[in-house]
Design a protein around this ligand. Structure first.
Ligand SMILES: Nc1ncnc2c1ncn2[C@@H]1O[C@H](COP(=O)(O)OP(=O)(O)OP(=O)(O)O)[C@@H](O)[C@H]1O
Ligand SMILES: [Mg+2]
Length: 329
């Protein structure tokens, strides 16, 4: 028996001349969350659709709960819950109606289907909207109902394709809580997201994919190590002093300072004493600071370092290969 909740090996999927998946290996152990990150068009939705038995593929293998998604498609469908990037709800039915219908399709007896539907509406803060047709729902309400719909059958493996798109911060918290409850219950989750913070908060391991390939795989902290130790971030109060501040940061760290859109300068440092040296020189030159800190790299920096921060034409050159090799070591 496979001890993975789901696993793909060498998965290849082409659409005409487009290779959406060019040999993808993804896996997660039972009761864990795999975060899949990647720019638009990387192949995230396609990988989920293969695992959810919604589309065929050209080469490789895909298994869910040890079952082959092609040979055992029916049994796989009984194990999984899927929330798509694009919601699939009946507009004319109420929220309650939608969930009860799904429960009935899953062979629940009517009273059980109603009980389960109410429980989920409650969990996603939709009790008040339960008896309104979905056509009257806001975008965030639809997302939540779609999520609830994927959980009616108490799936053991849950695929969430960008589940928090369109959710306000409070609702995103609700979603995170639900994901944590799912794994606490022993279910496994594949979650795609564009929010690195979300992957950081929820994922046990993360696969970064780009152009249909996994370019890095590891725990959030392993991935952060790819971009190295710590960084100093400094924002001069007077934007006219950015140039002077950048010179100091470069002189002390030996690295070029990067300027962010918020007039902040960021530079990697090898040891935390550099912070004091930078502070001393800022004071000496009378550069007043609005913000000044020593911090660990975030997943944003990892993502940029790996994908070049570009959607279309990133070349898969040496830095990427190094990162992959290191993350696998
Ligand atoms: N049905 C289809 N027909 C043709 N090409 C497709 C189809 N579905 C996906 N593709 C192509 O496959 C590639 C991967 O698409 P996919 O939807 O898996 O990306 P994604 O990582 O989910 O992107 P996004 O972040 O935008 O959701 C893209 O180049 C896309 O244009
Ligand atoms: Mg997608």
């Amino acid at each position: 028996m496979d001890d993975h909740a789901f696993r793909t090996e060498g998965l290849v999927k082409r659409f005409g001349r487009t290779t959406a998946l060019a040999g993808v290996d993804l896996h997660a152990r039972h009761g864990t969350v795999l975060g899949v990150l990647g720019p638009n068009g990387a192949g995230k939705t396609t990988a989920i659709r293969v695992l959810a038995t919604l589309t065929g593929f050209d080469a490789g293998t895909a298994r869910v709960g040890g079952l082959d998604v092609v040979r055992d498609a029916d049994r796989v469908r009984r194990l999984i819950g899927l929330t798509g990037q694009y919601a699939t709800l009946d507009e004319e039915l109420t929220g309650l109606g939608n969930l009860v219908l799904i429960g009935r399709l899953l062979d629940l007896r009517k009273p059980d289907a109603v009980r389960r539907a109410k429980e989920l509406l409650d969990r996603f803060g939709l009790e008040d909207a339960a008896r309104r047709p979905v056509a009257t729902y806001s975008g965030g309400m639809r997302r939540r109902l779609d999520l609830a719909a994927s959980l009616v059958g108490r799936p053991r493996v849950v695929f969430l394709d960008e589940p928090s798109v369109g959710l306000d911060p409070g609702r995103r918290e609700d979603l995170w809580r639900v994901v944590r409850e799912l794994t606490a219950d022993g279910a496994s989750v594949l979650l795609t997201t564009q929010y690195l913070e979300e992957a950081d908060a929820l994922a046990d391991s993360i696969a970064v994919i780009d152009h249909g390939r996994v370019i890095a795989h590891g725990t959030p902290s392993e991935l952060k190590r790819i971009v190295g130790g710590q960084a100093i971030a400094a924002r001069p109060r007077d934007p006219h002093r950015l140039g002077d501040a950048a010179r100091i940061l470069t002189a002390v760290s030996g690295h070029g300072a990067e300027r962010t859109s918020t007039h902040e300068l960021v530079v990697p440092v090898d040891d935390d004493r550099s912070l004091f040296e930078v502070a001393r020189r800022f004071e000496e030159q009378g550069i007043a600071l609005a913000e000044f800190s020593l911090r660990l790299p975030g997943l944003d920096e990892v993502f940029l370092a790996l994908t070049g921060g570009d959607n279309g034409a990133s070349d898969r050159g040496a830095p990427t290969d190094t990162a992959t090799a290191r993350s696998r070591a």
